[in-house]
Write a protein of this length. Structure first.
Length: 254
């Protein structure tokens, strides 16, 4: 049974790879909506992949959320990759402290004996503050590191779920509903075709910049995220997807 499952997953992986036009797909067994252990496995798979690509003196940009927090949880020392630095991909996006990119960076760095930098900006930013803050030398410095990251680790969420979790205003939620937002990543809300319908105003990684990173790894699982994953990849330039069996099978139906 085990061997059959392995080869079944290799087939699933290549089907998803073709469907979403990705360089690399890793699928873990189960449904992370239903079992916490599957989320742990997603985290482990991401750590394993990172370990296979990471070399010394690299900068890794990461986002927040529970999937990324689990990646941090599973992080292991990587002796072959000394002096790496973890930076948050974007400024605050309204997550609880334990699921904020800043916290996750610090935790990842601690586990791999690396460094981290934090990005302290209020969120969301007003237009005026935005323009002032990006000129602050300390902020400029870290923004440069974010832009130069060779590796980006991020998650994808369901649009309305994320807007509610961030306590977005009624007006924003109405806009997302009216414009049929399906997915969210990096503070961008996208519709089924991958069109950006709303964007949280904060500093950091812009969707267009993902094209400059060598590895952009999305970690997102659970059948409830299948539509969001599909929508995100219509736009997002991520080239690696780490997901679970339930999301993958649901994705292939759509
Ligand atoms: O808020 C940060 C973030 O990475 C979002 O971009 C994404 O939609 C969400 O977290 C995913 O959260 P979770 O892993 O908890 O589903």
């Amino acid at each position: 049974v085990f061997m059959n499952e392995i080869s079944e997953f290799r087939v699933l992986e290549s089907e998803i790879k073709d469907k979403l036009q990705l360089e690399h797909v890793i699928i873990v067994s189960g449904n992370s909506d239903e079992q916490l252990s599957v989320k742990h496995d997603l985290g482990k798979a991401c750590v394993q992949f990172l370990s296979s690509i990471l070399t010394s003196n690299q900068t890794i940009a990461v986002t927040g959320g529970t999937s990324m927090a689990e990646v941090a949880n599973q992080m292991k020392p990587m002796e072959h990759a000394a002096n790496c630095t973890f930076v948050p991909a974007r400024g605050g996006l309204g997550e609880q402290v334990e699921n904020q990119a800043n916290t996750i960076c610090a935790q990842m760095a601690k586990k791999v004996n690396g460094n981290y930098r934090m990005l302290y900006v209020p969120d969301p930013l007003s237009e005026d503050t935005y323009h002032t803050i990006i000129e602050e030398p300390a902020i400029k410095d870290i923004l440069e590191m974010i832009h130069d990251s060779r590796i980006v680790l991020h998650s994808i969420g369901d649009a309305i779920t994320m807007a509610k979790r961030r306590k977005a205003s009624g007006a924003v939620i109405d806009k997302l509903k009216n414009e049929n937002a399906v997915s969210e990543a990096f503070g961008y809300y996208l519709d089924e075709q991958g069109k950006v319908v709303y964007k949280v105003r904060t500093v950091g990684m812009q969707l267009e910049e993902l094209a400059f990173a060598q590895y952009v790894v999305a970690v997102a699982g659970g059948s409830s995220k299948a539509k969001a994953i599909q929508s995100y990849f219509k736009q997002g330039k991520s080239n690696v997807l780490i997901t679970d069996e339930a999301a993958a099978k649901e994705l292939l139906k759509g």
